[in-house]
Ligand binder design. Structure first.
Ligand code: ZN
Length: 238
């Protein structure tokens, strides 16, 4: 490559978390941790049985809190600390492994598991403790209006103004561990490419939108991404 980039956007998906031992959001049989996606990841499911949905995310939170970032997450931190560019991390993951690794400028477009949003006033409560149908909003004091701050199927993605801006202005777009199947995130590469960014993906398997990438690096991101970061850092010294 041997080029100096001024703005880099990293899009991460389930694959990077899987390498830290976290189950992927949607497996092929439509179940997530043995729950039906319809029950725990849709607005209808939440309206039908909010207690069940809260239980599910409380349990998931405990599992996620134990997980540790891997070499790919840590390489992002190194890149952000040592490479002279604006570097944003847009993640489809609801875990906080990017935060644990020390990444900055993280945009959780599908929400994050350690947050709940008050449907009455919009307040976002950040906690690793349990949230349930009895939880009182610390801002408006109303009980029972907390929803996990997870983007359910059919809801709009979060932070899209920030993401759109980054997609239009980045000169390097990096995808790590995304399947290229879940829209609209699967279309991000197309926007970045349209506005002139170089595009590269780090993936275990061939992705559904692989024709939009200039380069493909196959394998575990924890093994392939750190050497890529080293190469970028070498390039700026030339
Ligand atoms: Zn409230």
């Amino acid at each position: 490559m041997n080029k100096h980039y001024s703005r880099i956007l990293i899009l991460s998906g389930a694959g990077i978390s899987a390498e830290s031992g976290l189950a992927t959001f949607r497996s092929s049989n439509g179940l997530w941790n043995n729950h039906k996606v319809d029950d725990v990841a849709t607005i209808e499911g939440f309206q039908r049985n909010p207690a069940l949905v809260h239980d599910f995310y409380n349990e998931l939170k405990t599992e996620i809190q134990k997980a540790k970032p891997n070499a790919a997450h840590l390489a992002i931190t190194k890149l952000q600390q040592e490479y002279p560019a604006q570097i944003d991390v847009v993640t489809q993951n609801v875990d906080t492994l990017h935060e644990k690794a020390g990444n900055q400028n993280i945009w959780h477009i599908h929400g994050q598991v350690n947050q709940a949003v008050c449907l009455n006033c919009g307040h976002i409560l950040e906690t690793w403790g349990d949230v349930d149908t009895q939880t009182i909003c610390p801002q408006c004091q109303v009980m029972g209006m907390m929803k996990p701050n997870i983007v359910f199927f059919g809801e709009n993605l979060l932070y899209m103004d920030k993401v759109d801006d980054a997609l239009r202005h980045c000169d390097l777009f990096i995808s790590i561990g995304t399947s290229g199947v879940v829209y609209p995130a699967a279309g991000f590469v197309q926007t970045a490419k349209y506005y002139g960014a170089e595009t590269i993906e780090f993936t275990l398997d061939q992705t559904a939108n692989n024709y939009l990438f200039d380069r493909h690096v196959y394998g575990k991101a924890g093994e392939t991404f750190p050497p890529f970061v080293e190469a970028l850092l070498q390039d700026i010294k030339k």
